[in-house]
Design a protein around this ligand. Structure first.
Ligand code: PHE
Length: 343
C-alpha cells in the first residue's frame, strides 16, 4: 500500500507540473484528491489493515495528500503570475514615444473676411443686422421696387419654396426689414449672410454664396457720402495704393445705381489677365436708395435719403488672396483651408 501511495504521489506531481492552465490543474486536483480519487479510496480501505499498519499508512496518505495539495497551490501561483506577465507584456506602453500631433482647426477664410468687413464698418459706426435665409417674395423683391413680373427679377434666378417663399437671392431684403424696424429713425447697418441663386456652379458662380449688404438712411445723405464710405472701405481692405471708380449701373432699388471697381493690384492698373486688360476690377454694386423703397418702408423721400451697397465676400477674398475658383470656399479641401489659418 505504501508503494501504491508513493506511486500515486509521483504520478500526481508530474501531472501538476504538466498542467498548462488553471482548468487543467483543477482537473488534476479532482482526479487525485477528490472524493472519488485514489487517495480517498486508499483511506477507505484502511479498515482492512492491521492495528500497527493503520497509523503509518494513515500518516503517509495524509502526507501524500499535503504534498499534492502544496504542489497544486504553488503551480496555481506560478500560472497566475505567468498570466499576469503575459498581460503586462501585451499591454506594454512606451511612455517615452512622442505623442501623435493633434489636428487643430481654425476659422474658415470666409469667416475671417466677413469679420474683417464687419470690423471695418463697425469702425465707421455701422451696426450688424441679420435676416432670414428663407424670405418672403415681398421682402426679397416687392419691397425693393421689384413688383411681380418685373423683368429684373430674371437677373436673380430664384429657388422658390412656395409661391410666396424663397431662399433669398440677395441680402437686400434686410434693408427693407431694418427700415421697417427702425420706424422712421436713421439707419446705419450692414448685414452679412448667405444667399442662394439658381446658378450652375463654375469657377466664378456658386448656387450659394455670401453677401454683405450696407444701408445708411438719414437726412441729407448724398452720393459723395457713399463714395467716401466705399473709398475708406476699399483702401482699408486692399491697401491705401488702391483707387476706386464708380460706373453707372442699374438696380431697381437704387437710383442712381453704380458699380464700384478698384484698381487692379496685380498690374497696378496697367492691365493684365486678372483685370482683363482694363486695369480695374469690379467689387460691388451700390446706389442711392430708390424713393419707392424709402416710401414703402415708411420714410418720407422728400426728407430722408440714403445709400445702399452689396458686396460678395468670396470675390473680395479671391482678389485679396489670389484664389482662382469660388468652389474652393465650399469644397473645404483641408489643404486649401490650412493656408489661411491665422497663427
Ligand atoms: N443686391 C444687389 C445684388 O445682389 C447688390 C446691391 C445691393 C446693389 C445694394 C445696390 C445696392 O446684386
Amino acid at each position: 500500500m505504501k508503494e501504491q501511495l508513493k506511486e500515486l504521489e509521483t504520478e500526481a506531481l508530474e501531472k501538476v507540473q504538466l498542467a498548462e492552465d488553471t482548468k487543467a490543474l483543477q482537473d488534476v486536483r479532482v482526479a487525485y484528491l477528490g472524493k472519488k480519487g485514489p487517495i480517498t479510496e486508499v483511506l477507505r480501505g484502511m479498515g482492512r489493515l492491521s492495528k500497527e499498519e493503520r497509523p503509518v499508512i494513515g500518516q503517509l496518505a495524509n502526507e501524500v495528500r499535503e504534498h499534492i495539495q502544496d504542489a497544486i497551490d504553488s503551480k496555481q501561483n506560478s500560472l497566475e503570475e505567468a498570466a499576469l506577465d503575459k498581460q503586462l507584456e501585451e499591454e506594454k506602453l512606451d511612455v517615452t514615444l512622442p505623442g501623435r500631433p493633434v489636428q487643430v482647426g481654425g476659422p474658415h477664410l470666409l469667416t475671417n473676411i466677413l469679420e474683417e468687413i464687419e470690423d471695418l464698418f463697425i469702425g465707421m459706426g455701422f451696426e450688424i443686422k441679420e435676416g432670414p435665409e428663407v424670405e418672403t417674395d415681398y421682402y426679397n423683391f416687392e419691397a425693393l421696387n421689384l413688383p411681380k413680373g418685373h423683368p429684373a427679377r430674371d437677373m436673380q434666378d430664384s429657388f422658390y419654396i412656395t409661391e410666396e417663399l424663397l431662399l433669398r437671392t440677395h441680402t437686400s431684403p434686410v434693408q427693407a426689414r431694418t427700415m421697417k424696424q427702425k420706424d422712421g429713425e436713421p439707419v446705419r447697418m450692414i448685414c452679412p449672410g448667405k444667399v442662394y441663386r439658381r446658378d450652375t456652379d463654375d469657377a466664378t458662380h456658386s448656387h450659394q454664396f455670401t453677401q454683405v449688404e450696407g444701408l445708411l438712411v438719414d437726412k441729407n445723405v448724398r452720393m459723395s457720402d457713399l463714395k467716401g464710405v466705399l473709398n475708406t472701405f476699399a483702401k482699408q481692405m486692399f491697401g491705401s495704393e488702391r483707387d476706386i471708380r464708380l460706373r453707372p449701373s442699374f438696380f431697381p432699388f437704387t437710383e442712381p445705381s453704380v458699380e464700384m471697381d478698384i484698381s487692379c493690384k496685380v498690374c497696378d492698373g496697367k492691365g493684365c489677365s486678372v483685370c482683363k486688360g482694363t486695369g480695374w476690377i469690379e467689387i460691388l454694386g451700390a446706389g442711392m436708395v430708390h424713393p419707392n423703397v424709402l416710401e414703402m418702408a415708411g420714410y418720407d423721400p422728400d426728407v430722408y435719403s440714403g445709400f445702399a451697397f452689396g458686396m460678395g465676400p468670396e470675390r473680395i477674398a479671391m482678389l485679396k488672396y489670389g484664389v482662382d475658383d469660388i468652389r474652393h470656399f465650399y469644397t473645404n479641401d483641408i489643404r486649401f483651408l490650412k493656408q489661411y489659418h491665422k497663427v
